[in-house]
Unconditional design. Structure first.
Length: 257
């Protein structure tokens, strides 16, 4: 049996480690901020402001937004359209982290419009993905699907089967929330076809989990359990313990019914 003293020692060690890591990260951020204020070259300041916006995004919204706006101002001053799009995207991500979806959507749409105009296909697809996720979070499923299908077309044209499978899985999940069951099943089936062909195990696990939810919502519990267990099989092979725990909770709900 582990003693209370040993447990407290481990807890103390963990807290000290976290404190030291945070202190070290803050030193890096302080150094970056100092470099930003000392930099004479706008191109250098542009890069540093983008790094600061991203780095502060999860720990200090006000600073992240300040440096995101500096990044945008400098990109516009330099007339660098690629950098302007990146700044809009960085600011959009900053707003997502505080759940200000209206501002996040506004900035990601601006990023997408610039990238699409410039023909930056891969970057545009990234913006489309962000936009679709925001619409999904807002419960605007029709709009979310519109953008997801745009992303799917880009990945089909690029013959990127892994991203096709990922997007098709996301489409299936949106259809489920939208209560459009047959299109959901069709999307999951397409995901599985691509994932099996290429042995994308994590994508397979997610697709089988989606089909479990599809059958569960229609009260076909035996089928739901079958696909839930198929998902668990792949998650175990990948040692994705957190996902396994979440899935077992869902399977438990099926048994409860």
């Amino acid at each position: 049996m582990i003693s209370m003293k040993h447990t407290l020692s481990l807890l103390f060690f963990f807290l000290i480690t976290v404190y030291q890591a945070n202190a070290q990260n803050q030193k890096v951020l302080d150094s970056l901020e100092n470099s930003f204020h000392l930099a004479k070259d706008d191109q250098q300041k542009l890069k540093i402001s983008g790094d600061l916006c991203w780095s502060y995004g999860t720990i200090n919204f006000d600073k992240a937004l300040f440096y995101g706006k500096e990044e945008l101002r400098l990109a516009q001053k330099l007339k660098d359209s690629v950098a302007v799009a990146l700044a809009y995207s960085d600011i959009g991500n900053t707003y997502i982290r505080v759940n200000n979806l209206k501002e996040a959507l506004n900035h990601h749409i601006k990023a997408y419009q610039i990238r699409d105009k410039l023909g930056l296909t891969a970057k545009a697809a990234g913006s489309i993905s962000n936009i679709s996720i925001i619409y999904k979070q807002q419960g605007q499923y029709k709009e979310a699907l519109t953008y997801m299908y745009r992303a799917l077309k880009i990945y089909e044209d690029a013959n990127d089967e892994q991203k096709q499978a990922l997007v098709l899985g996301n489409i299936g999940n949106v259809y489920l929330e939208y209560k459009k069951y047959e299109p959901a099943k069709e999307s999951f089936d397409k995901t599985i076809l691509i994932a099996k062909k290429n042995n994308y195990k994590s994508i397979l696990a997610n697709a089988y989990s989606g089909i479990m939810n599809y059958y569960f919502q229609q009260n076909k519990l035996d089928q739901a359990l079958k696909y839930g267990n198929m998902s668990v099989k792949y998650l175990k092979e990948l040692n994705m313990q957190s996902d396994i725990a979440t899935l077992y909770n869902s399977i438990g709900q099926v048994y409860f019914e």
